[in-house]
Write a protein of this length. Structure first.
Length: 330
């Protein structure tokens, strides 16, 4: 298949916040547009943020951290990887905690060295998604090179249906490792499925020239034709999207996160992170375990809580967004 992301793009595959340099005219045009935060009747000029835990269901350590945060109200949203071993545990928890905002982290890759998973669909029906180990491809180029849009749509539907069959209708859907934004056919499938199920996806408003330039600079296949797909998407969108920055120490990580918050423009921003409690098992799964452990601590840090108050941050989640969207559409 064509339009494989560059290696540079893959390194930043989930960092979609516009960090690119734009012209003054682009900034001016961007500032004139009505943000999605305003469309959803949030106060004008406010930074509206959703702290969103990714990779839930991947391991028990992720589930423990996410549940702790959700119960304490420190974060607003989380998403489950349905192909993974501990997804059923999280779905069962979501069924018992219906007020929480729990979605699906639609998963088409299996990136870790020894801890891996296959598709939800019967393998013979999604052969292009399967590597020589009968698991999902380890990286996005592997998927793009081998899997058709039909196979991708079949698998993401299967993941949604599995959750529904277990008794839980997800509150939102998003994409693990950004794979569903790596090819025009995947983007089309992603948007079709979201709208058909009326489940909001993490779709960014590319009518903002800065956002569009940021996508294209990182190598995403956002052609003029794909822009039309974004324009025709009927559910609510995000103004910005980013992830919690890394740090060489916990203190540096917190400061880097503060810098990210300060850099945001007014509008609706989703910030993803990957919290996990520290165990020896986690250390065997991923080399990023230290960042994940710090992320399991960071948003309970009183210093960061006070920072959010001082910055006047407004928090939301997908449930609130869809309620506001329903009212604004009347």
């Amino acid at each position: 298949m064509k339009s494989v992301l560059t290696s540079t793009a893959l390194a930043a595959v989930v960092i979609l916040l516009c960090a690119s340099v734009v012209t003054g005219q682009q900034v001016a045009n961007s500032d004139q547009r009505m943000t999605w935060a305003e469309k959803l009747n949030f106060p004008k000029g406010k930074k509206v943020v959703m702290l969103h835990a990714d990779d839930i269901g991947m391991c028990k350590e992720a589930n423990i951290a996410a549940i702790d945060y959700l119960k304490s109200g420190k974060i607003q949203s989380a998403a489950v990887m349905m192909p993974c071993q501990y997804a059923p545990d999280m779905i069962e928890w979501a069924k018992k905690n219906k007020k929480e905002d729990i979605g699906l982290h639609l998963t088409l890759t299996s990136e870790w060295k020894t801890y891996r998973w296959g598709p939800v669909s019967p393998q013979q029906t999604v052969a292009g998604l399967i590597d020589s180990d009968n698991k999902l491809w380890r990286d996005v180029p592997g998927v793009v090179t081998h899997a058709s849009g039909v196979e991708v749509e079949r698998e993401i539907r299967a993941q949604i249906e599995k959750s529904i069959q277990m008794g839980y209708r997800p509150d939102h859907i998003d994409t693990h490792m950004g794979t569903l934004y790596a090819h025009a056919d995947y983007i089309k499938a992603f948007f079709i499925v979201a709208q058909e199920y009326n489940i909001p996806a993490n779709v960014i408003d590319v009518s903002d020239p800065e956002v569009l330039a940021g996508f294209r600079k990182m190598g995403y296949p956002i052609t003029d034709e794909v822009v039309k797909l974004f324009d025709s998407y009927k559910l609510p969108k995000l103004d910005f999207f980013s992830s919690a920055p890394n740090g060489s120490t916990y203190e540096e990580k917190v400061e880097n996160f503060k810098t990210l918050i300060r850099s945001l423009k007014p509008g609706l921003t989703e910030i993803i992170f990957h919290p996990s409690v520290e165990t020896e098992n986690l250390k065997t799964i991923t080399n990023s375990w230290q960042q994940r452990v710090w992320e399991a601590k960071m948003f309970s840090d009183p210093e960061l809580t006070e920072f959010f108050i001082a910055e006047g941050i407004v928090f939301t989640n997908w449930n609130d967004i869809m309620k506001r969207f329903g009212k604004s559409s009347r």
